[in-house]
Design a protein around this ligand. Structure first.
Ligand SMILES: *Cc1c(COP(=O)(O)O)cnc(C)c1O
Length: 290
């Protein structure tokens, strides 16, 4: 399944402010599932298989693209899956489309309180989980770990490394951009648009790579994760009308709004050869909150 995905991802061309922008459409990999998530899962699933584990255990918020992608990919690859979902109260409500999709693909959902969920990176909590679910292969929230980064190194093809000098992507946990950075050529710059407020991602990613041909901006996060404003929603609507490429408001809408603004400001210039990674996320479109 993963082999067929990496091949032949289409690229669309748009022009704005005299800048030619190539958009790599990972969103077309599957109508509901974020393209970058497949790359993050690939080597994790191979590892699970090698360890003889038949069940995948992971975490996410109620609208998580990672949860939807894991459920789908696990189903395709013959794994059972369990998702630990933030928000105890959700157990008594009808499932939203993300969780309904996950359940449809066989993911068992377990709802935990926000307080318990906060422990998800705590080593004692994780050790306890491994004890409680010994046959499960554990993937962290958002799917980012060393194997995810290895998978994201396959997003760029050989010609991407010679045809472009600026590569843009949206950033959540930093796994995708780290893979792009690791695989990028020396003359290329990788620019990340954070969906979250703060400079911690710049520090986190610096821990994961020794390269320096990159940076992450939070200027276009619109106040924080899953926060929106009228300007962003307006931008997305106009962009979709003009270019006929769908965006969502959590990652790709903020990134493209940022790219257009940087072009307006002359911070991205017509002579630059620009590749933009459309990471998908359309299953979460206009669902708003985390
Ligand atoms: C998860 C996701 C990202 C962020 O990827 P990270 O590896 O967590 O930084 C970007 N775009 C979309 C659409 C996503 O679903």
């Amino acid at each position: 399944m993963f082999e067929s995905i990496a091949q032949a991802i289409p690229t669309d061309t748009i022009v704005y402010g005299g800048v030619v922008i190539q958009i790599k459409r990972l969103d077309l990999v599957h109508p509901q599932i974020s393209g970058n998530k497949f790359f993050k899962l690939k080597y994790n699933f191979i590892e699970a298989q090698e360890l003889g584990l038949s069940k995948i255990l992971t975490f996410g918020g109620a609208y998580s693209n990672h949860i939807a992608a894991t459920a789908f990919a696990a189903h395709q690859c013959g794994f059972d899956s369990m998702g630990i979902i933030r928000g105890e109260e959700l157990a008594n409500q009808p499932l939203n489309p993300t969780l309904a999709t996950a359940q449809h693909f066989g993911m068992q959902l377990q709802f935990v309180s926000r307080q318990a969920y906060r422990e998800k990176t705590n080593s004692a909590f994780l050790a306890q989980l491994q004890q409680d679910y010994p046959a499960h292969y554990l993937i962290p929230e958002g799917g980012t770990n060393a194997l995810a980064i290895q998978g994201c190194q396959e997003i760029l093809t050989a010609s991407d490394l010679t045809d472009y000098d600026l590569i843009c992507c949206a950033v959540g946990t930093g796994g995708t951009i780290t893979g792009l950075i690791e695989s990028s050529a020396k003359h290329q710059h990788v620019l990340g648009f954070s969906a979250l407020k703060g400079d911690f991602l710049q520090r986190d990613v610096a821990q994961l790579t020794s390269k320096t041909n990159w940076n992450i901006l939070d200027d276009y996060c619109c106040g924080g994760y899953a926060k929106t404003n009228a300007a962003l929603l307006d931008f997305i609507q106009h962009f979709e009308q003009q270019y006929n490429i769908p965006l969502e408001q959590i990652y790709t809408g903020k990134m493209l709004m940022g790219i257009f603004d940087m072009i307006d400001q002359g911070r991205i210039q017509p002579q630059q050869k620009l590749l933009v990674i459309h990471s998908g996320g359309l299953q979460g479109k206009l669902k708003g909150s985390t």
